[in-house]
Design a protein around this ligand. Structure first.
Ligand code: FES
Ligand code: FES
Length: 873
């Protein structure tokens, strides 16, 4: 028997277990989050006898009479101060790391009432945040320290919610206190736990699966295999090529393949039983990379022909997709160029490392199923689960919990369909969860690519033409590999004014973990190659990287390399102008090296694909309930909707409730992808708000509009790839940006300047947070994140991925440039993706200036952050 003192109260446990599990599951304190259970992320941080400790690596048996404190044990005053400070500082995005940050910050303040920023960085050095870039969390802790130290009153938040205001996030309070409910925080009477049995090998033939011993294990309620799936076994966003489970006699295609689902009364029992399922494998040589995949006579990853469902077409030569963007006469343009550069770049896969690992709960719902999910698009899951279970759509309901980050990695289903299956078959609630390592092994990554590129300019540094060949590793399943490759190709020309491009790309299936959407959506890769060459070409032409870009930057009325005419709101030049002086200053200073890169990134799906945003308003109990399925994955779309409604109607934030996505109530607004929800759901909210405003202007009040619903919808029609129009409109708009990465003599990044054209800035606080977080991610991509595979199996753990932590983060200066004349969503362009796109080549440029070594692969070799010795590990 263990007696554990938590927040001044004693609790008992008969058995020894991890403190985190005890707090979450026995005491019901879910502010302590499970981000890894490996001691690597800090989301489970608690205070033990005055010191911060990670609760997941503390056993009850080692605690003795120590006193545990969580956020729930803070005084009311402390909680109010922390909520205010974190909300006002804009410290909260997805929120999953935030309770751990609050604990680390508060523990610091207990010991040092007047901490410096450096003290704060050290205090949170073991807490990972994948969203914010840490600066605003540090601001929140510093503000809380000041308020507590000087005994300041918590100011009343008087916010109008109008566009342009630094409106606090609608969910800041709950996320700060840890009361926001993520999928794993839900619990239901009689709930069971479902666990996947994953393949041991990337490629193996499954000769047998024997569940008999596992069925005898304590607590086991059921074990399901492929034959138990009542509907269509193959899932997948665009191509249904991904089997929910692999059957006996079939081959696995990656280590994330599920062979069986074990359902038991407890988590531990489910995990124990998974180990007892006996699988007879015939291990086979996997396809490691696109070169092997494309070789004559190569094993065909999808060559078995088992898939008889859906839209999936068995690929030839492992080729998932081929893309082309051709305009003008690149061959002649390059032949006539005064200066030429070319090179082949190697871009690695990247793990999203969202802080919340995948969890979903399936619940019986009459003769159908309800699923609580943490995904990015509830309507995709709605359709896919209906197919998987073979039941009509009206028998499926998908409800979004708070989502602890996604960045594209939660666009594909992971555990949702398995939770639905188990609950549907057993008729009891079933929670299916992935461990951190399973999450790393399972979900689609940023595509590894090899990019060859040749670019030419004239004697004045004016771009003439480019040729590019992209080869992409889409791993075992298509996911969004086709559109990602397409976007890499359509953006390879960059934000410049030239017309001769010859770009081709191929994406191949391999036996690596699947690759799919990840912030930047292919543009991160093509930019990481092309912008390095732009700097090299500038050097050849005798121009600075800034001057070369300024001469070539796309201006309103000119055509982008992909043919779209830049609209009047195009502010590429203004982003360059805003960094001109600082670029010149650091270029002239021998103590520093400044790297520069530019980017453009589309908003919206575009390229002829139907794209619709929806947001309805319903008056419930005298308040306006905003209903949209736009996935709130930490980027702040709920606050955007609130601000659009406040701006349009004149109502105030306290009169508005933004609901969570739920197929029962909220209309389909498409997936949260392609930086689209601010524009598409935002404009839909504008449309419904205009109707509400008309009623308010006619003298109605919210009270006498009770139950009235206002429908808001926004469509944008774009031109498909290959359109015969001379200047097709591929996307509703593009954001543009210039970033400078400044390193010192040692090679340490000491400052980043990020100038972004994002159209109308709906919320400066959120927009700055997006930029800062994107820069942190770009620094990891450029310098430290190394996602190595051996025979298709990831070698990385969360703790060794190389994610930037607070003490490593340089200050980020954010310049937001407003210039837009489009009407949708008040002229907003979306910012979620572009922020991460150009950091890597800007870093490459800075190191080239430092040591003269032109690096062709990432993470960059031999830097302050990765020595040659580390590279060999
Ligand atoms: S859950 Fe404890 S450190 Fe990650
Ligand atoms: S807000 Fe820190 S991980 Fe999302």
């Amino acid at each position: 028997m263990f007696i554990i003192n938590v927040n001044g109260k004693d609790y008992q446990s008969e058995i020894d277990m991890a403190l985190m599990d005890f707090l979450r599951e026995k005491v019901g304190i879910t502010s302590v989050k499970n981000g890894c259970k490996e001691g690597a992320c800090g989301t489970c941080t608690v205070i033990i006898d005055g010191k911060t400790t990670r609760a997941c690596i503390q056993k009850l048996s080692r605690l003795g009479k120590k006193k545990i404190q969580t956020i729930e044990g803070f005084t009311e005053r402390e909680r109010e101060v922390l909520v205010y400070a974190f909300a006002a500082a804009g410290a909260v995005q997805c929120g999953f790391c935030i309770p751990g940050m609050v604990i680390s910050g508060k523990c610091l303040i207990n010991q040092n009432q007047n901490p410096t920023r450096e003290d704060v960085k050290q205090a949170i050095r073991t807490n990972i945040c994948r969203c914010t870039g840490y600066a605003k969390i540090e601001d929140g802790i510093l503000l809380a320290a000041k308020m507590l130290r000087e005994n300041l009153e918590v100011p009343e938040l008087k916010q109008t919610g109008k566009i342009g205001e630094r409106t606090c996030r609608v969910d800041a309070s709950k996320k700060t206190l840890g009361t926001a409910k993520y999928a794993d925080d839900y619990s239901f009477d009689g709930m069971l736990y479902g666990k996947n049995l994953f393949s041991k090998y990337a490629r193996a033939k499954i000769l047998d699966i024997d569940i008999s011993k596992a069925l005898e294990m304590p607590g086991v309620v059921a074990i399901y295999t492929a034959k138990d799936i009542p509907g269509k076994r193959y899932i997948g966003h665009l191509a249904q090529d991904w089997p929910g489970m692999i059957d006996i006699g079939e081959q696995t295609k990656c280590c994330g393949d599920t062979l069986a689902m074990v359902v038991a009364k407890t988590r531990e029992e489910a995990m124990a039983a998974v180990k007892v399922v006996e699988v007879e494998y015939k291990e086979l040589e996997p396809i490691h990379n696109p070169q092997e995949a494309a070789a004559l006579g190569a094993h065909q990853v999808h060559g078995e022909g088992f898939n008889q469902f859906g839209k999936f077409r068995i690929p030839q030569n492992n080729l998932l997709d081929h893309e082309e963007v051709k305009r003008g006469d690149s061959k002649t343009a390059l032949a006539n160029s005064r200066f030429l550069v070319e090179g082949t770049f190697h871009l690695p896969p990247t793990e999203h490392a969202f802080m919340e690992p995948e969890t979903a709960i399936g619940l019986p719902d009459g003769d159908g199923v309800r699923v609580i999910t943490g995904g990015q698009g509830i309507y995709d899951e709605y359709h896919e689960i209906s197919n998987y279970l073979g039941i009509p759509l009206e028998k499926v309901r998908i409800e979004s919990a708070v989502v602890g980050g996604g960045f594209g990695g939660k666009e594909d289903m992971s555990v949702q369909h398995q939770a639905a299956l188990c609950a549907y078959l057993i008729k009891r609630p079933v929670k299916v969860f992935l461990s951190r390592q399973e999450s790393i092994n399972y979900h689609p990554k940023r595509h590894a690519m090899e990019i060859y590129c040749k670019i030419g300019c004239d004697e004045n540094g004016i771009l003439q033409g480019m040729k590019a060949r992209l080869t992409s590793d889409t791993g075992a399943y298509a996911s969004l590999g086709g559109p990602v490759l397409q976007r890499a190709c359509t953006h390879a020309g960059g934000p410049y004014n030239y017309q001769n491009v010859d770009i081709e790309g191929n994406a191949y299936y391999t036996n690596n973990p699947p690759a799919g959407a990840f912030r930047g959506f292919g543009v991160t890769q093509s930019c990481a190659a092309v912008e390095c060459l732009i700097n090299q070409l500038a050097e050849k032409a005798g121009l600075s990287g800034w001057e070369f870009r300024y001469r070539n930057a796309i201006r309103p009325g000119q055509s982008l390399p992909n043919g779209q005419i830049a609209d009047e709101g195009t502010a590429m030049v203004e982003t360059l102008e805003s960094v001109k002086e600082i670029f010149k200053k650091y270029e002239a200073d021998p103590n520093y090296h400044v790297g520069i890169a530019c980017a453009m990134k589309n908003a919206g799906v575009g390229v002829g694909v139907p794209d619709t945003g929806r947001c309805n308003l319903k008056i419930v109990h005298g308040k306006v309930h905003a209903r949209s399925s736009a996935g709130a994955i930490g980027q702040g779309v709920q606050t955007v909707l609130l601000q659009v409604i406040c701006e349009t109607t004149g109502l105030t934030p306290d009169q508005i409730v933004v609901e969570h996505p739920d197929t029962k109530y909220t209309p389909d607004s498409g997936t949260t992808t392609a930086s689209r929800q601010t524009v598409f759901a935002g404009e839909a909210a504008h449309q419904s708000s205009l109707k509400l405003k008309a009623d308010l202007d006619n003298g109605y009040t919210l009270r006498n509009l009770e139950n009235k619903e206002y429908i808001g919808k926004f469509d944008f029609i774009s031109d498909p790839i290959g359109s015969s129009k001379p200047n097709p409109v591929s996307h509703i708009g593009y954001g543009y940006a210039t970033q400078l990465f400044i390193i010192d003599k040692e090679g340490k990044v000491v400052k980043v300047v990020a100038a972004h054209d994002i159209g109308r800035v709906i919320n400066p606080l959120s927009s700055e947070g997006q930029v800062e977080g994107g820069v942190a991610m770009a620094l990891g991509y450029a310098l430290t994140e190394d996602f190595q595979l051996k025979d298709g199996i990831p070698k990385a753990k969360l703790g060794t991925l190389g994610i930037f932590k607070a003490p490593q983060m340089p200050p980020v200066v954010v310049n937001l440039i407003e210039k837009n004349n489009t009407e949708a969503a008040f002229g907003a362009k979306g910012i979620g993706e572009i922020v991460v796109v150009m950091g890597a080549p800007a870093c490459q440029n800075a190191y080239y200036k430092k040591d003269g070594i032109f690096r062709y692969s990432y993470p960059l070799r031999d830097t302050y952050y990765r020595t040659p010795k580390q590279e060999k590990l």
